[in-house]
Design a protein around this ligand. Structure first.
Ligand SMILES: *Cc1c(COP(=O)(O)O)cnc(C)c1O
Length: 494
């Protein structure tokens, strides 16, 4: 069965997977969503025998139905290769009361690599299929991890350029160093005097700016997106939930058909939405636990039905989740309206105008698979320390938000279901916060000087992603105000 993609804001728009991937965002600002969710259609016992690539092939084939088998296999083989530092690609580690699904074994040691190592291949393949001659310009706003993962994926890929905007004071020192030392000739990296929401809003506006689009088209360029609004990122993220279930079967932690819970440290709602799609496909997931940091707009939404971004933006130790406008939630809102684009568009209009909207009781009923919890800065640090004390396993701050949220959930419900926590970054990426959580006397040291200490404590060698940027030359020095972002883009493409 062919799967088409519809816009969340206009019922009349219906495109193929490759068109959706190329465009990133629909012209009127809507997000592309699959018109129907294909069934998993794989006997669960079989999952335990499938490696990551095979699992990826089986899932991608169901969603990207206008790609041939050869095209998909080529994309998958080019993505999930030695770039990952372990053959499992996404290994599962038991520690404390849960299984940690380590999604940080790619080039930039955050989970964004899981999708961004394949997106460039999906995009180039789509461009070839559609006979596109323009150069594709990836325009990206990042809260820290997407930026480097997208740069790593698109650097020096022929026929593409990539522009990354990050909040100049809102990312960790390792995240910043990773981005500003990027060597790719087709890259532009700019620190914005603003927060992530400012960067993301300006990027979204550029996407729906018709005049800008025409000007660039005349010069042989067209935009696409590497943010998780691109369906080409969302679909590859479904894969690791299916793979995690297979790993639990292999370990004997579950029998085929048993349910698992999934906990996801959430910001832009892409990762947990992928888990929701896996559940819709028929993967036996019982509860999806959405974990927030102190920017707990999603915790409030799931517990009250009211989304309200009118609040203070808090800089936390889990910066990749410092987000008040959670883009991919729009896809879930669309689904729970019964795929009603007009109604969804109204909610998004309210969000734009007043910063808030409230869903109906009927819509709330459709959210029964979700629970939401949040962790304060102290909860997060305590979780890192406690888990280390109990098991010797060191997790990063984002994963700790999820670990702490899970503990709250268990306390609340007594639910003993086998649980997988999405471990979204290597602790090396947030060395100072992690080390200070374990021992406050590290607070006076700098991130990079703590890397070796962290290696001693964890017994895990310093990843290449960190060692190679320690003394790398800073290439990207430009900073700008949030209202100068478009100017910078046009300058780069002139
Ligand atoms: C991006 C990111 C998140 C949030 O994921 P979303 O898909 O935006 O919800 C969590 N943790 C880390 C380390 C990230 O990079």
């Amino acid at each position: 069965m062919d799967i088409f993609y519809r816009s969340t804001r206009d019922n009349s728009i219906r495109v193929s997977a490759s068109e959706a991937i190329l465009k990133g965002l629909s012209d009127e600002g809507g997000l592309f969503v699959p018109e129907s969710i294909p069934g998993l259609d794989i006997p669960l016992e079989e999952l335990s025998g499938m490696d990551y690539r095979e699992t990826a092939f089986r899932i991608l084939k169901k969603f990207l139905t206008d790609f041939t088998d050869d095209e998909l296999r080529n994309c998958i083989n080019s993505a999930y290769d030695e770039k990952f530092d372990c053959p499992a690609v996404a290994p599962l580690k038991k520690a404390g009361n849960a299984y940690y699904l380590e999604l940080f074994h790619g080039k930039t040691i955050a989970f964004k690599d899981m999708a961004l190592s394949i997106l460039p291949h999906l995009m180039i393949t789509s461009a070839r299929k559609k006979g596109i001659e323009n150069e594709i310009v990836i325009l990206t706003a990042t809260s820290g991890d997407t930026g480097k993962a997208a740069l790593a994926g698109f650097a020096d890929v022929p026929g593409t350029r990539i522009i990354v905007f990050f909040p100049k004071d809102g990312v960790s020192p390792v995240q910043k160093r990773q981005m500003v030392t990027e060597k790719g000739k087709n890259t532009l990296v700019i620190g914005v005097n603003g927060n992530f929401d400012d960067c993301q809003s300006a990027v979204k506006q550029m996407f729906s700016n018709k005049e800008l689009k025409e000007r660039l088209n005349a010069r042989g360029y067209q935009f696409s997106s590497a943010n998780s609004i691109n369906i080409g990122r969302l679909v590859p993220q479904i894969v690791y939930y299916v793979y995690a279930y297979g790993s639990l079967l292999r370990e004997g932690a579950l029998k085929a058909g048993d349910k698992m819970n999934v906990v996801v440290p959430t910001g832009n709602f892409g990762n947990i939405l992928a888990a929701y799609y896996a559940r819709q496909m028929g993967l036996p997931i019982s509860t999806l636990i959405c974990a927030s940091n102190e920017n707990k707009v999603l915790f409030d939404f799931f517990n009250t039905g009211k989304y309200d971004r009118n609040r203070e933006f808090i800089l936390t130790s889990s910066p990749s989740m410092d987000i008040l406008i959670s883009s991919n939630l729009e896809r879930l809102i669309y689904h729970i309206t019964g795929d009603d684009a007009d109604r969804n568009a109204q909610f998004m209009e309210d969000l734009k105008n007043s910063g808030r909207y409230e869903i109906s009781p009927e819509m709330r009923d459709k959210l029964s698979a979700f629970r939401a919890y949040y962790a304060s800065e102290k909860d997060t640090a305590d979780k890192i320390k406690d888990l280390y004390g109990e098991s010797g396993y060191i997790i990063d701050t984002h994963t700790a938000v999820a670990g702490s949220a899970y503990d709250s959930y268990v306390k609340d419900t007594g639910d003993k279901t086998v649980t997988v926590i999405a471990s979204t970054a290597s602790p090396y990426k947030f060395a100072k916060s992690v080390m200070t959580a374990i021992d406050p006397s590290y607070a006076s040291k700098e991130d990079f000087s703590l890397i070796d200490e962290l290696s001693k404590l964890s017994g895990i060698p310093v990843p290449k992603a960190v060692s190679e940027i320690r003394d790398a030359e800073i290439i990207h020095k430009t900073e700008c105000e949030k209202d100068q972002m478009m100017e910078q883009v046009e300058k780069f493409l002139s």
